[in-house]
Design a protein around this ligand. Structure first.
Ligand SMILES: [Zn+2]
Length: 390
């Protein structure tokens, strides 16, 4: 990459980073308020994301490091929540890596002459559906889809090698919309279009039995036939990842763009789209904030990506937790300096996470120190202003 292109790419990365930290601040406020309302002394104890990149690890000071290869700066010795559902900063880090793993699985399939088939499974939902029961019913339906002799027979007929499932949740005009995108690895000679009727038949019966579909409602049944299952054969890594980008938005920038348009809101917002709409005091902002809290409570502990047993070993993908991936590696990075508690307090109160990392990347430690000096002056005059109006 030439230097001009590199500079542009860096600029884009920085713009997104500002947004991610701003969203994390919104999340922190929402979680802390909910925590205090539930009687906790420290509101941020309510959910780990409220402490993410905010609270330092005991006995150590916050450090700034810079990655040798990419020149990206990052904080060390801070709590890192590792939540792919609730934290815009950790999610970005984790998803960057998960995308590579999925691409690796698809490469593996092509090399070994298996066909990657994308199977999207949805079901009807209404604005009044409560989220938790809906998720339980979805889990039951997914289980039923793959239970019993007929499934074993089907599996053998397509020579199913394994699958990767991505669990997605959005909120739109018709309420909560949990759905899954799956990657199935099947025999190369299978005609994916011919798989559709069998999958649709099984998914329909699974949804009826799980209470997600009413067999006496003809309109609903007809719509289900058209929309509930989508099958695409010989899909590429970009097909699959684009589908996820569309429904869940691995990139916060896209999610924000979507949340801010009416069409985007109708189609459905992911947690970070809700967060983007939750700042401010309007009724719509308050509602978005409440939905975000419902979202993260319901998704807590759920795995976003599931690989069928043995598939990671075959693809040679190491089995690492989200929490592990969210922590930046210090091994290939230069230590720039440490920030003492009072300076860290200033960085937090002025919300300067992203500007500090920008400074570290552009001008190294002297630039970080200069920024902290400026922020301290800003903070002092703000406090003086408060005193004089008191
Ligand atoms: Zn986090």
């Amino acid at each position: 990459m030439d230097s001009e292109k590199k500079a542009l790419a860096f600029k884009a990365v920085r713009a997104v980073r500002v947004q991610r930290y701003a969203l994390l601040s919104t999340a922190r406020k929402l979680i802390s308020a909910a925590g205090r309302a539930s009687g906790l002394k420290y509101g941020h104890d309510f959910h780990r994301t409220a402490k993410c990149k905010y609270i330092r690890h005991g006995g150590t000071s916050v450090e700034v490091h810079k990655d040798k290869e990419h020149g990206k700066a990052f904080f060390a010795n801070l709590v890192t929540c590792g939540s792919v559902w609730s934290c815009p900063v950790c999610a970005a880090k984790i998803q960057e890596r998960r995308r590579e793993e999925i691409a690796q699985a698809i490469d593996w399939a092509y090399v070994n002459n298996f066909q990657p088939v994308m199977v999207t499974l949805t079901f009807p939902h209404r604005a009044w559906n409560k989220l938790r029961p809906l998720l339980d019913q979805q889990a039951k339906a997914l289980q039923r889809l793959r239970a019993g002799q007929p499934w074993e027979k089907f599996k053998t007929s397509v020579d199913l090698q394994g699958l990767i499932r991505s669990l997605e949740l959005t909120h739109g005009d018709n309420g909560w919309h949990p759905h899954t995108h799956e990657l199935w690895f099947v025999r190369s000679s299978v005609d994916a279009a011919l798989m559709l009727p069998e999958i649709l038949k099984r998914w329909q019966s699974a949804c009826i039995r799980a209470g997600l579909l009413d067999k006496n409602n003809q309109a609903q049944m007809a719509a289900f036939q058209v929309h509930a299952v989508d099958v695409k054969g010989w899909c590429s890594a970009s097909d699959y990842l684009a589908k996820q980008d569309d429904s869940r938005n691995w990139g916060v920038d896209r999610e924000i763009a979507k949340g801010s348009t009416k069409a985007g809101r109708a189609k459905g917002r992911h947690a970070f789209g809700l967060l983007a709409d939750a700042s401010g005091t309007t009724a719509a902002a308050k509602r978005a904030g409440r939905l975000y809290m419902v979202y993260i409570a319901a998704m807590r502990g759920k795995r976003q990506l599931f690989w069928s047993r043995g598939l990671k070993e075959r693809v040679q993908v190491e089995d690492l937790t989200d929490e592990t991936l969210a922590v930046e590696s210090r091994e290939e990075a230069d230590f720039l300096g440490s920030i003492d508690d009072s300076d860290w307090h200033t960085v937090r109160t002025t919300g300067a996470w992203a500007p500090l990392l920008d400074a570290a990347e552009v001008g190294g430690w002297p630039a970080v120190q200069a920024l902290i000096d400026r922020l301290t002056l800003v903070e002092i005059s703000r406090l003086e202003g408060l005193l004089s109006t008191a």
